[in-house]
Write a protein that binds this ligand. Structure first.
Ligand code: SF4
Length: 390
């Protein structure tokens, strides 16, 4: 892949990121005649939808270039921004190509939103996907199985084909491959962060929310080829940081670029977390649905939206910091995000106990001013570079 191809790849990824009207999804539907169903962050089992011929379309709000007018009128001022912009997109017709919406259980805001969607869009399928908080296979596992079976029946009612074991196994293999490609780039970024700038990687991951998984895997492969071949990607004197808290509403792209320009290499983060929801591949042998359930119960990341006993809070964060060689942690949470902000004191305590430096910001997806962030992140990066280990 030459540098012009790479430039085009990144331009396409950015165009998809800014494509609120989901033109790529509309084209996919025209080409395939299939169904497309939207989902809110953080995680849904996309394999199931894929196995039934449905395109899962990840929605992460409106970013910084959507003017929210009507969406604001449905919410009080003290909640996060993502539901307002998502509602705006629904009300202005941007999402009308979606045949339904899935609202995974991650917080009260998303739960309430599923009810609002039902009232506002009565002709569309709305499914609240209740995710288990008990991780015993006999309890949470059985509960989750029922949820997935109901989800699959919903897809059939929309006109999708029934879920069959063999097609689910095939779809799981395709998603395993996709996650493996993401993990490879992830690891390359840990090793040589100058080769995989976080702002580029983020756009590639965002593209994976709207493209068919097969096309996204090709994009990941092409990007990987490019970063290996590009001689212009040279190391600089930057501080290695882990960015956490941004698992749902995403910061604007300018925020990520600002951290990089302020002297940070982002070597680990929570952005677009669905691509890294599992630590390992989901096994394909045996009952595929049961394997999806077991992976959710036993192999998912330690998210603030999953129950974790107090003693363990922060353990995985510290392990991630150690594994990635992060010299500091940036707590970056959306304003008014209960799951992120309620966990933060426990996570800060774990990070401090491990002797890792940290600082914190809050953001909204439509944040327009980055000067303060630049100064704070720059000072933090300088303090790591100049004084850590002194
Ligand atoms: S940003 Fe936080 S509070 Fe808002 S919908 Fe997402 S998880 Fe819920």
């Amino acid at each position: 892949m030459n540098s012009k191809d790479a430039e085009e790849l990144l331009e396409r990824a950015e165009a998809l990121y800014r494509d609120h009207r989901l033109q790529s999804v509309r084209e996919w539907k025209r080409r395939s005649g299939g169904l497309a169903v939207g989902y809110l962050p953080i995680y849904i089992p996309r394999e199931l939808l894929h196995a039934q011929g449905v395109l899962p379309v990840g929605l992460m709000g409106g970013g910084d270039d959507l003017e929210v007018i009507r969406g604001d009128s449905y919410y009080q001022s003290y909640i996060c921004h993502l539901p307002r912009s998502t509602l705006e997109l629904g009300l202005n017709g941007s999402l009308d190509c979606l045949d339904g919406m899935i609202f995974p259980a991650i917080c009260d805001v998303i739960r309430n939103m599923s009810g609002m969607w039902k009232m506002l869009f009565p002709d569309k399928l709305v499914r609240y996907l209740d995710l288990p908080q008990n991780f015993d296979r006999e309890i949470g596992g059985k509960f989750y199985r029922r949820q997935l079976e109901e989800l699959s029946q919903d897809m059939v009612a929309l006109g999708a084909r029934p879920l069959e074991e063999e097609s689910l196994r095939r779809s799981m293999a395709i998603y395993n491959e996709n996650r493996r490609l993401v993990r490879e780039l992830w690891e390359l970024r840990r090793e040589e962060p100058w080769k995989v700038p976080a702002s580029e990687f983020y756009l590639i991951l965002r593209a994976g929310l709207v493209l068919a998984v097969e096309e996204h895997s090709r994009m990941l492969e092409n990007y990987r080829m490019h970063v290996h071949a590009d001689p212009g990607r040279k190391p600089m004197d930057q501080a290695r940081v882990l960015v956490t808290g941004c698992f749902c509403e995403q910061p604007p792209l300018g925020f990520i670029k600002t951290l990089e320009r302020a002297g940070c290499y982002i070597v680990e983060d929570d952005l677009v977390q669905i691509h890294r929801w599992f630590h390992r591949d989901i096994p394909l042998e045996g009952d595929p649905l049961e394997n999806c359930i077991a992976a959710f119960l036993e192999d998912a990341v330690a998210s603030p939206t999953r129950y974790i006993g107090d003693q363990e809070k922060g353990r995985e964060l510290v392990e991630r910091a150690r594994r990635s060689g992060a010299e500091g942690v940036l707590f970056c949470a959306p304003s008014f995000c209960d799951p992120a902000l309620l966990d933060q004191p426990m996570l800060v305590a774990a990070v401090e106990k491990a002797g890792i430096q940290w600082t914190g910001f809050k953001y909204t997806e439509n944040l327009g001013q980055f000067q303060v962030i630049r100064e704070q992140a720059g000072t933090f990066a300088d303090s790591i570079r100049l004084w850590s280990g002194v």
